[in-house]
Structures are given as C-alpha cells and as structure tokens.
Design a protein. Structure first.
Length: 213
C-alpha cells in the first residue's frame, strides 16, 4: 500500500480571514470531560451537575483548525501539547491540513504511562512523534477519502503524516465508518467524523494512536 501525500511549498503565514467566505455551517463537537468532574457531595462542596455542566462547543467551517481546536474543551490537552511542541501555529496557516485530534481522556491516560510524563521536556521527541502522527497535509474530507478508496478499489489507504510515518485510514465495508490503523496494526476509532475547516478537515479520535506500538 502506497502512502498518499501532497507535495508543495507551505506558506508560514497565518490564514487571512479577509479572503475566507463567511458561512453559518457548524458541527457540534463531542464532549465528555465534564462528566469526569462529578463527585459525591461533601460538607464544603456541592454535587450538583449544574455546577459542572459543560456548554456545547461548535466547529465552524469558515474558521481555521487553530480556532476550532482552541474552542473545544475536549481538546484542551491536545492543544496544550501542540503549543508546547511549537506545532500549533501551523494549524492557523492556509495548509490545507487534516487533523486527527486526540481528546483529553485518552491523552491523559497515555501520558501517565510515559516515564516522567509525556509533557516532560525530556520526552519532547516522543511527544512530537505522537503529535506529528495526528496531522496530514492536504484536505482529506470524508468525501475525498471515499472517492479515493473507490478509485483505488480498496477500503484502505495510507496517508503520509507530518512526522513522516504512514497512517492508514480503513473503511468498514458494512457501516462505511472510518477507523485508523498505525504501523503495527493498532486501531483507533473515529469520534467526530470530519468537520470542514477553512484550512482543512478536523476529525476527533476515540483513542490515542502512536505511530508504532
């Protein structure tokens, strides 16, 4: 299987909103983090769910990946990691880019298993490898993935990530849903299936997927 990639020079300038056509199109982003904040009431703290209600957040098609990821509470850890690795500003450029973002819970679970913590500066290389595996150059919307798979007469295609490794997108024959497969066969399901952005497409996964392992 050949990894598909888009070549060309990438501008380092931020996307200019003046040249983006306005749109009212929006997709509600998934969120579960607030449910983890609930605890039984004590003498000093309330257990009311109202105190921990998380407002809905939306991904707007006329805004860049950087803005929509910033707006999502569920992607707070992912956003912090991108900033720490100096990779976040890239998602405000014209791109286009396709991002398979990692939600908080699986990110934190994986980070806790890394000696010293994934966000520790001594693990900067590992962090960049994981983050680089979540970003692909080009606008790989669900429609484009389906069209490419049909053209290639295959339910699997490999996309070259920013980190250089191949990320396989696999389509279930019966449901048509996408899953991600890494270099060693580990699978991650998709949670948000391709929200259009002004500079690409945003997916949110259900689990973290390192290049290998």
């Amino acid at each position: 299987m050949v990894a598909l990639a888009l070549a060309g020079c990438e501008s380092r300038a931020a996307q200019d909103p003046l040249y983006i056509k306005g749109s009212l199109s929006a997709v509600q982003m998934p969120a579960v983090s607030s449910s983890h904040m609930y605890h039984a009431s004590t003498k000093s703290e309330t257990s009311s769910p109202v105190a921990y209600q998380e407002p809905p957040t939306f991904s707007f098609s006329d805004r860049p990946l950087l803005d929509n990821i910033s707006a999502s509470l569920e992607l707070g850890d992912y956003r912090k990691a991108l900033r720490q690795s100096a990779m976040f500003a890239r998602l405000g450029r014209n791109g286009p880019f396709t991002v398979f973002a990692i939600p908080n819970e699986p990110f934190e679970r994986y980070a806790a298993q890394v000696p010293g913590g994934l966000m520790n500066p001594q693990n900067a290389t590992t962090l960049r490898q994981i983050l680089g595996y979540t970003i692909v150059r080009g606008n790989w919307s669900p429609a484009k993935l389906n069209a490419t798979m049909t053209r290639l007469k295959s339910d699997r295609i490999a996309l070259k990530t920013l980190g250089g490794d191949a990320l396989t997108v696999q389509r279930d024959v019966s449901s048509g849903q996408f899953t991600l497969v890494n270099m060693t066969g580990r699978v991650a399901r998709i949670w948000l299936n391709g929200a259009p952005q002004s500079n690409g497409t945003l997916y949110i996964t259900q689990d973290i997927l390192p290049p290998r392992g």
